[in-house]
Design a protein around this ligand. Structure first.
Ligand SMILES: [Zn+2]
Ligand SMILES: [Zn+2]
Length: 138
């Protein structure tokens, strides 16, 4: 399924973000590639379509998109930050052999937090580690 520029521009405008070329391309890349790229992967994936793009503008762009609530930043195990435009609640599985990160649907709202009596809970994240099917075959 391809993601249209018109729809990306509409999401940016609805979130109050000016739809610059870098923002449109970064958000489109993240919506089309659910592989949780790092800023460097985004830069390498977009520099051909957007030759004026710099690493600094990728960082500025992901920061602006994150503040607008259009993408989330994942910090898994102290590794390099990865970016994700899939906003509904979901968990992440990371393969410890190849490093691939994939989404899995889960109801984070159903987590039992009763042991946190008296605490205010904000963001919830769920990370699961193991080996992907391909790496198990090696
Ligand atoms: Zn793997
Ligand atoms: Zn994800």
């Amino acid at each position: 399924m391809s993601v249209s520029n018109a729809r990306i521009i509409e999401s940016l405008e609805r979130a109050g973000v000016r739809p610059s070329g870098a923002r449109v391309h970064v958000l489109k890349y993240l919506e089309s590639n659910r592989n949780h790229p790092t800023a460097d992967t985004l830069f390498r994936g977009l520099k051909d379509v957007l030759p004026t793009l710099s690493r600094a503008s990728v960082y500025n762009t992901v920061t602006a998109l994150e503040s607008a609530g259009l993408i989330r930043r994942l910090n898994i195990d102290g590794g390099e930050a990865r970016y994700d435009a899939h906003m509904p609640d979901h968990g992440h599985f990371r393969c410890e052999a190849c490093g691939a990160v994939r989404d899995f649907d889960t109801d984070l709202g159903a987590l039992d937090l009763s042991a946190l009596d008296g605490y205010t809970v904000g963001k919830r994240d769920l990370f699961v580690f193991g080996k992907c099917p391909d790496c198990q075959k090696k």
